[in-house]
Design a binder for this molecule. Structure first.
Ligand code: ATP
Ligand code: MG
Length: 200
């Protein structure tokens, strides 16, 4: 099986996540996409992250209607900060050895790649699928090369519709009282209001 992994904070999940997941799945002929919420990403320690219970519930609502989408609590189930390399390794250990893994990363998140734990081992475990994101420039491959010579051959760029939506913008809009309709699935919108998330 060909499995795509989309890691993130998903605070909250939004249409941008769903659209890139679908596009990568179809373009690369993957069997499924697994959304993998992070417990407390070490790159985001400066911000308070919404309780995992809510983030997970919203992912489940968002993907319910797509049989090619799944969610994994692998990172939520591990205590402390989690690293892509450890999670992918653990997931692979539990799966069929013939499965192929693709880790989907937006260009903003990929810019942090050299700071990831053991980037070389990450690319030995899975292909990195690079998707462009509005407002974030392409990663500087030339700068990465001395650090990780294998990097260019392991990055798999996929063209995706450019959707200028971020969880940060969603949180800010809720706080300001602006609509988030059409930016998140209707059930996620309802969940946010019902639980008073992101409001003052
Ligand atoms: P935040 O603003 O809180 O950082 P976010 O919108 O960036 O939230 P994340 O959960 O951080 O969402 O992102 C998970 C992954 O999805 C990352 O690899 C990120 O680059 C990618 N991603 C998120 N939104 C988009 C988008 N609109 N287009 C392309 N990639 C995206
Ligand atoms: Mg982000």
């Amino acid at each position: 099986m060909k499995i795509g992994l989309l890691g993130g904070t998903f605070d909250p999940i939004h249409m941008g996540h769903l659209i890139i997941a679908q596009e990568v799945r179809v373009r690369l002929g993957l069997d499924k996409i697994v959304f993998m919420p992070a417990s407390h990403p070490w790159l985001k320690i400066d911000r308070k992250i919404t309780d995992a219970r809510h983030r997970l519930a919203m992912i489940k609502l968002a993907i319910a209607s797509d049989s090619c989408f799944e969610v994994s609590t692998a990172e939520l189930d591990r205590p402390g900060p989690t690293y892509t390399v450890d999670t992918v390794e653990a997931l692979k250990a539990k799966s069929n050895p013939t499965d192929e893994w693709y880790f989907i990363v937006g260009s903003d998140a990929l810019a942090d790649f050299p700071r990831w734990k053991e980037p070389k081992r990450v690319i030995s475990l899975c292909q990195i699928v690079q998707v462009e994101r509005p407002g974030s420039s392409n990663i500087d491959l030339a700068a990465l090369k001395p650090l990780i010579p294998e990097v260019s051959s392991c990055l798999r760029p996929v063209d995706v519709p450019q959707i200028d939506i971020s969880s940060t913008a969603i949180r800010e809009r809720v706080m300001m009282g602006y609509p988030i309709r059409y930016m998140v699935p209707p059930d996620v919108e309802a969940y946010i209001y019902e639980h008073g998330l992101y409001s003052r």
